[in-house]
Design a protein around this ligand. Structure first.
Ligand code: APR
Length: 247
């Protein structure tokens, strides 16, 4: 049983504008690995930082394509967990709610969240690395990377790789929501990758109440107003129930 401070419950009850930043930890209870977790099976020999880059794709497109094909299948097989559903419930209670995610698994929308900003793209979408045309279908020839039907360029996942810029429209909306919010949640993220990591600090500097929900303490923990360390799939439903009752 988690005891939430009464002042926090009051703040949430009357909140008009809430922004949330999520990371891989919110999908961990859906069976998806986090970035700082050990990779699985064949992929344990690689670090995400060595695969999720334009240089890695240039050097060995097949290896990078296969890693994303593997992660796309695991994301497709995953289901939202109670933490995803709790965030969708909060959105229904709060007039202005923005969910900013670093995750590419699509599980927030699958759980019913509507106002979702995917800062790092979405692994289920595929586009041409040359002309940018999105591909709805592609060959699954196991010996080569599928190519664009229009220009013959190599297809790639629609995710932001290290060193690539974030989608400007989504980032601007995330910054606007961060500036406007009264309460900012940082959930399931180690808060080490910019610019997402700086959103929580910007919200706090702007007077928002800062809440961290994460399995482990992070560099953000000393700066937050409320920290709950444990599983988001347990903490978030309990918080929704404490504030808005089991609806
Ligand atoms: N509930 C809550 N938090 C959890 C859970 C859980 N069940 N399981 C793990 N965590 C926490 C871990 O303690 C860790 O701090 O989730 C965090 C995940 O951190 P990372 O693996 O660093 O993932 P993330 O913060 O999303 O990484 C940000 O870095 O590699 C890039 O682009 C990639 O989007 C990713 C970005």
């Amino acid at each position: 049983m988690i005891n939430f401070p009464a002042d926090l419950l009051q703040l949430l009850k009357k909140a008009e504008r809430i922004a949330v930043l999520t990371g891989a930890g919110v999908s961990q209870e859906s069976g998806l690995r986090t970035f700082r977790d050990e990779q699985e099976g064949f992929w344990t020999q690689y670090k995400p930082e060595d695969l999720a880059t334009p240089e890695a794709f240039e050097r060995n497109p097949k290896l990078v394509w296969d890693w994303y094909a593997f992660r796309r299948e695991t994301a497709r097989a995953a289901n939202p967990n109670p933490g995803h559903f709790a965030l969708a419930q909060i959105e229904n209670h709060v007039p202005e709610f923005t969910l900013i995610t670093q995750n590419v698994d699509g599980l927030h929308r699958a759980a019913g969240s509507v106002n979702v900003l995917e800062l790092h793209g979405n692994i289920t979408r595929v586009l041409c690395s040359k002309c940018g045309e999105y591909a709805q279908t592609w060959g699954d020839d196991s010996t080569s990377v599928p190519v664009c039907a229009l220009c013959g360029g190599l297809l790639r996942p629609d995710v932001v790789w290290f060193g690539e810029s974030l989608p400007q429209a989504e980032l601007q909306k995330a910054v606007n929501a961060t500036r406007a919010c009264q309460i900012f949640f940082s959930i399931g993220t180690s808060g080490v990758v910019q610019p997402a990591a700086s959103l929580a600090r910007a919200a706090h500097a702007n007077g928002a109440t800062l809440i961290e929900v994460n399995a482990d303490p992070t560099p953000l923990t000393p700066s937050v107003d409320f920290a709950f360390h444990g599983k988001s799939g347990e903490i978030l439903p309990a918080l929704v129930n404490a504030v808005w009752g089991a609806d």
